[in-house]
Design a protein around this ligand. Structure first.
Ligand SMILES: [Zn+2]
Ligand SMILES: [Zn+2]
Length: 290
C-alpha cells in the first residue's frame, strides 16, 4: 500500500516540526526529518521518472505526427510529390530534401539547427510546414554522439524513410528491385498503414536526411532505429498514424557506437524494417507510375 507509509511519514514529520518550531531541533530530530524526506523522495522518484518517460513518449509521438502532416501537406501543395527522403545535398535546389543533413564526419551538420529551420536547407521550413527545431528532436534522445574525441548532442532524432523520393545512387545497392516512391499514392501492394515515413533513429545513425534500410536478404543494418523509450522507438506511417515499436533484439537496443553496415543476422527488428520500408517493384507497375 502506497498510502499508509506516505501518511505515516508526513504525520511523523509534521509532529516533529510542530514540536520544535519554538525550541529548535535536536540533532536526532533533524536526522528523523531528513530520513523521512529521503523516504518520501525514494517513493516519489520512480513514479516521477515513469511519468517523465510517458511524457517524453507522448511528445515524441506528437512530433512525428506533426512531421507526417507536414509531409502530406507538402505533397498536396506540390502535385502529390513528396519531399525527398535521402539527398546528398545541403541546399534545396531541385532535390527538395525535407531537411538537410551531412556525413558523419561533418559535425556541424548535426549540431546546427539551421539545417532544419532555415528555408535554404529545408523544404519543411521553406513552405512553413514546420517552424520549430524542437519538432525534430525526441526529448528521450539524450545520448551524445561521440565523434573525434568529443561528445556532442545532435539537433535531430528522426529520419524519413529513404524510399520516399530517394535521390541517391546507393539506392541501386541497397534497395534494388524495390519501389522508390515519388508519391504517397504509389503504394501498390502495401497498405498505407504498413509503410513507415518518419522514425526514431539511433543518434549514431543520423547522417543525411533519410533512413536507409538494406532490403532483400540482407542481414545488415544500414541505419539503426532509435530505442529511446525504454527499449521502444516510434514511427509514423503513410496513413498518418504514429505508433511505438517494441524492438525485440538487444542488437537493436544498443548503446555501442555504430556507423553503417552493421551485421545483425537473424535480427527480427531488421526483418520488420525490411517489411515496412518499401515493397518489391512489380513488372506490371513500374516505379514512378502513379
Ligand atoms: Zn522518440
Ligand atoms: Zn549514415
Amino acid at each position: 500500500m502506497l498510502r499508509s507509509p506516505y501518511i505515516q511519514s508526513i504525520f511523523i514529520a509534521f509532529v516533529a516540526v510542530r514540536r520544535n518550531l519554538s525550541r529548535g531541533f535536536t540533532l536526532i530530530e533533524l536526522l528523523v526529518v531528513i530520513s523521512v524526506i529521503a523516504i518520501l523522495a525514494s517513493m516519489l522518484l520512480p513514479a516521477l521518472s515513469k511519468a517523465k518517460g510517458a511524457a517524453h513518449k507522448a511528445y515524441c509521438i506528437n512530433n512525428q505526427r506533426q512531421l507526417n502532416i507536414a509531409w502530406l501537406l507538402y505533397a498536396e501543395d506540390h502535385g502529390k510529390l513528396v519531399p525527398n527522403g535521402y539527398v546528398e545535398s545541403a541546399t534545396l535546389g531541385l532535390q527538395r530534401p525535407w531537411v538537410s543533413g551531412g556525413t558523419h564526419v561533418e559535425r556541424f551538420m548535426h549540431t546546427n539547427s539551421q539545417l532544419l529551420t532555415n528555408p535554404s536547407y529545408s523544404a519543411f521550413a521553406q513552405g512553413g510546414y514546420v517552424g520549430s527545431a524542437n519538432t525534430y528532436k525526441c526529448p528521450a534522445d539524450r545520448r551524445p554522439t561521440f565523434f573525434q574525441g568529443v561528445n556532442y548532442r545532435g539537433v535531430r532524432s528522426y529520419s524519413l524513410n529513404a524510399f520516399f523520393g530517394w535521390v541517391f545512387p546507393g539506392a541501386v545497392n541497397y534497395g534494388a528491385g524495390y519501389h522508390a516512391y515519388a508519391k504517397p499514392s504509389q503504394l501498390a501492394g502495401m497498405k498505407a498503414s504498413d509503410v513507415f515515413t518518419f522514425i526514431d533513429v539511433n543518434s549514431d545513425s543520423i547522417c543525411y536526411s533519410g533512413f536507409i534500410t538494406k532490403m532483400g536478404t540482407s542481414e545488415q543494418f544500414f541505419h539503426i532505429p532509435g530505442a529511446h523509450h525504454n527499449g521502444r522507438g516510434a514511427a509514423a506511417f503513410v496513413d498518418g498514424h504514429v505508433e511505438t515499436l517494441k524492438w525485440k533484439d538487444q542488437r537493436t537496443i544498443t548503446n555501442k557506437t555504430i556507423l553503417h553496415f552493421e551485421a545483425s543476422e537473424g535480427n527480427p527488428d531488421l526483418k520488420w524494417l525490411q517489411a515496412h520500408a518499401a515493397e518489391r517493384e512489380s513488372p506490371l507497375r513500374p516505379a514512378g507510375e502513379n
